[in-house]
Structures are given as structure tokens and as C-alpha cells.
Design a protein around this ligand. Structure first.
Ligand code: HEC
Length: 155
């Protein structure tokens, strides 16, 4: 079949060119890293605003504070699925490999984060700044304890 071989060769060349033009996208691990970074960015935006109000850097606006607290409470439970098994990629993540060898401890801190952010959102509805300050302090303490243990410093 003299005509088929050149045709197959041409097809192979075309397919190779198409593959080169569309390199395989990010790996599953890279997508997980991207996902968790995105969720952290949105949480961080809101936590900073809450912190500014708590520190008196901006006037306390009860409505805005309650909204930001509610956002954090909504987002915190989205974090754990951003840390699937095998999503440590050296150089692309500040997550320490210990997360996957101490998973129960990590998950416990995540649960605490969800609980403390829900508590803050609840208190924020009351509009009592003093109570909100205490609840905010408890929340950021959870961020810190997990970062101290499971997040690399140089990031
Ligand atoms: C249970 C553990 C845990 C808790 C709780 C936690 N973090 Fe993190 N955080 C991490 C880890 C691990 C990383 C590194 C993620 C990565 O680079 O893949 C991280 C990364 C981040 C980043 C950087 C994201 C980036 O793009 O590099 C920010 C900002 C952040 N966290 C904010 C917070 C704030 C604010 C809180 C509390 C409201 C919090 N985190 C609570 C574990 C935690």
C-alpha cells in the first residue's frame, strides 16, 4: 500500500505539530496549587480589611465588617480540597510536605479555621466591636499556628 504510508507519516507530523502548539496544560498538582493560592488570596483580602478595622486604622463599619467576616467564613471550608495527596511541587508551593505525613493534624487546624471564622461571622452580626476583636484574634491565631508548622517561611 504505497500511498498509505506517506499519508500516515503526514498525519503523524500534523499531530506532533498540534501537540507542540497546545502543550499539555498544568498538571493536577499545579491546578490544586493554583486553586488553593486563589482561595487564600481572597481570604487574605478580607482578613486584612477586618484587621484594619480591629486595629482602628479605618473607622469601624459594622456592615462592611460583617460582610467581610461572612466571606471568610464561606471561603475557609473551601481550602482543604486544595491540598490533595501529591500536590507538593518543589519550587511552586510554600506548603510543606509534612502536610501529607501529618494529615490529621493539618485537617484539624483546617476545621478550627472553619469554626473560628464562623464564630467571627456570628459575632460580627451583633455589631459589637469588642467581641469581634476577640473572635478575630482567635481566628488569626489559627492562621499563624498552621503557617508556623505547615508553611515554608520564605514565601
Ligand atoms: C491548616 C493550615 C492553614 C491555615 C489554618 C491557614 N493557612 Fe494560609 N497557608 C497554608 C499553607 C500550607 C500555605 C502554602 C500554600 C501553597 O503555597 O501552596 C498557605 C498560604 C497562605 C497564603 C499565601 C498564598 C500564596 O499565593 O502564596 C496566604 C495569603 C495565607 N495562607 C493566608 C492565610 C490566612 C489569612 C489564614 C487565616 C485566616 C490562613 N492562611 C490559614 C496553611 C494554612
Amino acid at each position: 500500500m504505497p500511498f498509505i504510508r506517506p499519508a500516515l507519516l503526514a498525519l503523524a507530523v500534523l499531530l506532533a505539530a498540534a501537540a507542540a502548539a497546545h502543550p499539555a496544560g498544568p498538571s493536577a498538582a499545579e491546578r490544586a496549587i493554583d486553586y488553593r493560592h486563589s482561595v487564600y488570596h481572597v481570604i487574605n483580602w478580607n482578613v486584612h480589611k477586618l484587621g484594619d478595622a480591629v486595629d482602628g486604622k479605618v473607622p469601624y463599619d459594622k456592615e462592611a465588617f460583617a460582610l467581610q467576616a461572612a466571606r471568610v467564613a464561606m471561603l475557609a471550608p473551601l481550602l482543604p480540597e486544595g491540598f490533595p495527596e501529591g500536590s507538593y511541587v518543589k519550587g511552586k508551593t510554600a506548603a510543606k510536605p509534612e502536610i501529607w505525613t501529618h494529615r490529621a493534624e493539618f485537617d484539624e487546624l483546617m476545621k478550627k479555621l472553619a469554626a473560628k471564622s464562623a464564630a467571627l461571622a456570628d459575632v460580627a452580626k451583633s455589631g459589637e466591636l469588642d467581641k469581634a476583636k476577640a473572635a478575630f484574634g482567635e481566628l488569626t491565631q489559627v492562621c499563624k499556628s498552621c503557617h508556623d508548622k505547615f508553611k515554608a517561611k520564605d514565601d
